[in-house]
Design a protein around this ligand. Sequence first.
Ligand code: ADP
Ligand code: MG
Length: 236
Amino acid sequence: MNRWTGPIISCHEISKFYPVGEGLFALRDVEMEVPEGSFVVIMGPSGSGKTTLLNILGGIDRPSHGEVILKGRKFSRLSEDDLAMLRRTEIGMVFQFFNLLPELTAVENIGLPMRLAGYKDDAIARRTTELLEAVGLLDRMKHYPSELSGGEQQRVAICRALATRPAVVLADEPTGNLDSARSREIMDLFAKFNAEEKQTFIIATHDESFIEYADIVVKIVDGEIVERSDRHGTLI
Ligand code: ADP
Ligand code: MG
């Protein structure tokens, strides 16, 4: 499975300390190298640091110590503006509660990151149509989030995350709010986009069904990576 060349995103000695009460390390010395095009599943119980890690990888949150490098660019060296631009163009995020803007339609939600990144209207129209078609929601494009089911909202949110063809898509418990049939649809969509568009996916979950899709399974407990394996459990 050596179809990649080097890490598209990596983090080194990442720690995150919260000075609450006696203080708490949400992450401790996390090392991770993610090969381009891979499908990474981060497994861990609630409170193990999954969200903290994804937010740091996505540049939403800064680590207390350590470095994130995306396509050779160190986050710590970037200004807030440059980091915001990198986030907009190279990182897509999918959340447990979908986080669509309620006052925008499905197609407008999907097109928003492209609009913010300065794409022209015709490029936005082409890409949003292509994505809606891929997730089977062309007939829902003018619907508002409140007019869509949870599974449909999450499919729209995935389209939004993919709109600018970011290098890396980060998903935090993307099926945590869906029943098992809808969860399966979402997993299949990630797998389809991973295969067809070659995006790198990093998915945090405690749903073990994701493992069968993974190139790399990272287990995290109490803020530390305790195991890295392939989908069959072989350590890598
Ligand atoms: P997970 O996503 O795996 O459930 P989190 O990354 O949300 O875990 O949280 C990891 C740990 O950090 C937990 O103990 C949580 O209580 C703590 N934590 C998360 N965010 C904050 C914060 N803003 N302030 C203080 N502690 C936090
Ligand atoms: Mg979480």
